[in-house]
Design a protein. Structure first.
Length: 179
């Protein structure tokens, strides 16, 4: 039986809440499959993530069609040998499948109350600027607009304009699962 470890969380807040920042390689056909399952209908980010996965698979392919983004030993142990790098038909990418499985596992844990989870995506926009472009240093974003995104998502925390600290916000939002 292959080992199974989903990895840590992108951000773990002091009170135990988790935040995942999903980069381009998280959005592809295998994430679509996981999000089409009956249990996934309850996920607050399902609609947006289905859209992102369908619209931006070509970006995932561009950045993850070879090397470790396409396959690795643990992914092949779980899903079998990889197809030719970049060829999605046939065997395709074991690493893409593995990443979708790990994301789905974290989603299920949140739905069942095992963790309190929020997801942000590089495809989310702040004042018309993609969050991914801001994180990559390709575009600036107004600090207040970024805080506005976080407040609108009500990720259970907000950024202080004066001290860039974490400030509790107990109100839930549609893009988070806090139990």
């Amino acid at each position: 039986m292959p080992s199974y470890y989903t990895g840590g969380w992108d951000i773990e807040l002091p009170d135990g809440r988790k935040v995942e920042l999903d980069e381009t390689q998280h959005f592809n056909r295998y994430r679509v499959i996981s999000l089409q399952q009956e249990w996934a209908r309850e996920l607050p980010w399902r609609g947006e993530y289905l859209d992102y996965s369908r619209r931006f698979e070509f970006v995932c392919w561009r950045v993850s069609s070879g090397g470790g983004g396409w396959t690795n030993p643990s992914a092949e142990e779980m899903f079998g040998s990889a197809g030719t790098g970049g060829v999605l038909e046939g065997a395709g990418s074991p690493r893409w499948r593995q990443r979708a499985l790990y994301d789905a596992t974290k989603d299920i844990a949140a739905l069942h109350g095992a963790v309190r989870l929020a997801r942000l995506s590089v495809w989310d926009s702040v004042d018309g600027v993609l969050l991914g472009n801001t994180l990559a240093g390709l575009a600036g974003v107004d600090k207040e607009a970024l805080i506005g995104l976080l407040v609108s998502l009500r990720l259970g925390w907000g950024l202080s304009m004066t001290c860039v600290g974490l400030v509790p916000n107990p109100e839930p939002h549609a893009r988070e699962i806090w139990h």
